[in-house]
Design a protein around this ligand. Structure first.
Ligand code: HEM
Length: 394
């Protein structure tokens, strides 16, 4: 088929259960594959990694010439990005130290076990709604200092924000963005109000840390604080839900690997790295050249949308041996699941601890479990890809 329709075919909902053959087609057609809509697709590992580190590429949608309001720092360029990222990372603890996340290990394990308690053998459970979803939302709300009873508010808000953040927001191009903006504002307003209540009353949560920062040079404005808290909630939770659900699905599809993990639970951390490679929660990220640029022999004009298909890079046979095989003991696993370069995910340590807790708690139950539907129903989003439901019979 025509390689100029690849992005349209990838984002087509029918491809959601298995986009990987299209990624193989992309790497064959590549390295730089112009699309009918004026964008450029890139799916090979080394080129994706190089572009993630290339200062000529912008993450800011305003580089496309679009008049939109200032985005959160995930989509800002340096030096603005660097300042906000540094400030937002501070409450996680000093870099390269276990800090706050390690201190929560025991609690995260307990939350995971408690979520599974009500489900006895013979029952049906939706791994997404009953387990993968509540775990990270509970953890990130606890970190930020959001009271437990307010957690349900976040589901509706984050669903709307994530729908609007797709590479191709659904059908009616005006509607999802509006709903997303509205949800972003409401969530930001809620968090700001909460932060306000903590002013002068420092607790051990991150909102308190942000709002009670004594050094004026390190203080966030109200708007920045709201944006940052919303970003942490969204970035830190939809992704983790997908990682846990993709993990359960992968293991249920491969009983021999599941058995192996049950026999050798010390392999779990490596199995989670392999999941981040093999079924990553984030499939693509967009970058935009500041000026006309030659990318591997193709002239890409300033302002063009360059879509880096991280999930394709993760399956690139020029980088990974036998890339379509799920190997929980894979050595040399420098995947692109958390991105790379200045925007590389700093929530990785937390996401990993949550995935170890979740899959560790699930392992004893999965041996006799079976999938009710394969493939399960997927979410619309092609960029943040994962099952919408994952019903299993225990
Ligand atoms: C399995 C879970 C997760 C996955 C797969 C994931 C993946 C990613 C990826 C691929 C990026 C790079 C985006 C880009 O280059 O455009 C990113 C950035 C980011 N992630 Fe994560 N993430 C996860 C969990 C988390 C958690 C738990 C948090 C925080 C609590 C978090 C916070 C962030 C932030 C703040 C950024 C933006 C960093 C920047 O722009 O400098 N993520 N994440």
């Amino acid at each position: 088929m025509d390689s100029a329709t690849l992005l349209a075919r990838i984002t087509d909902y029918a491809s959601r259960p298995n986009p990987y053959p299209l990624y193989a087609e992309l790497r064959e057609a590549g390295p730089v594959v112009p699309q009918a809509d004026g964008s450029y697709l890139i799916g090979t590992y080394h080129l994706i990694a190089a572009l993630l580190h290339d200062p000529r590429m912008s993450a800011d949608p305003r580089t496309r010439g679009e008049a939109t309001h200032k985005p959160p720092f995930l989509r800002l360029d340096d030096p603005e990005h660097h300042r906000l990222r540094t400030l937002a990372m501070r409450p996680f603890g000093p870099p390269h130290s276990p800090g706050r996340v390690d201190g929560m290990r025991g609690e995260i394990d307990r939350i995971a076990r408690e979520l599974l308690e009500p489900f006895e053998a013979g029952r049906q459970i939706d791994i997404v709604d009953d387990f993968a979803y509540p775990l990270p939302v509970t953890v990130i709300c606890r970190l930020l200092g959001v009271p437990h009873e307010d957690e349900p508010l976040f589901r509706a808000w984050s669903d709307a924000i994530v729908a609007a953040a797709d590479v191709r927001p659904d059908d009616d191009s005006t509607k999802p963005d509006k709903a997303g903006d509205q949800a972003r504002m409401e969530m930001g307003g809620y968090l700001l109000n909460l932060a306000e209540q903590r002013r002068g009353k420092p607790g051990d949560d991150m909102l308190s840390a942000f709002v009670n920062e004594p050094d004026p040079a390190l203080r966030l404005t109200d708007e920045e604080l709201a944006e940052t808290a919303v970003l942490l909630l969204i970035a830190g939770h939809e992704t983790t839900v997908n990682l846990i659900a993709n993990g359960a699905l992968t293991l249920l599809r491969q009983p021999e690997q599941l058995d192996r993990l049950r026999r050798e639970p010390e392999l779990l951390p490596r199995a989670v790295e392999e999941l981040l490679r093999y079924e990553p929660p984030v499939h693509m990220r967009e970058r935009i050249p500041h000026a006309d640029i030659d990318i591997a022999g193709t002239l890409v004009p300033a302002g063009a949308s360059v879509v880096l298909v991280l999930a394709s890079g993760n399956r690139d046979p020029m980088r990974f041996r036998d890339p379509d095989r799920f190997d929980p003991a894979r050595p040399d696993n420098q995947h692109l699941g958390f991105g790379s370069g200045i925007h590389a995910c700093y929530g990785g340590p937390l996401a990993r601890v949550e995935a170890y807790a979740a899959l560790g708690a699930l392992l004893p139950h999965l041996g006799s479990a079976r999938l009710v539907e394969d493939p399960p129903p997927y979410r619309q989003n092609a960029m943040l890809r994962g099952p919408r439901h994952l019903p299993i019979h225990l």
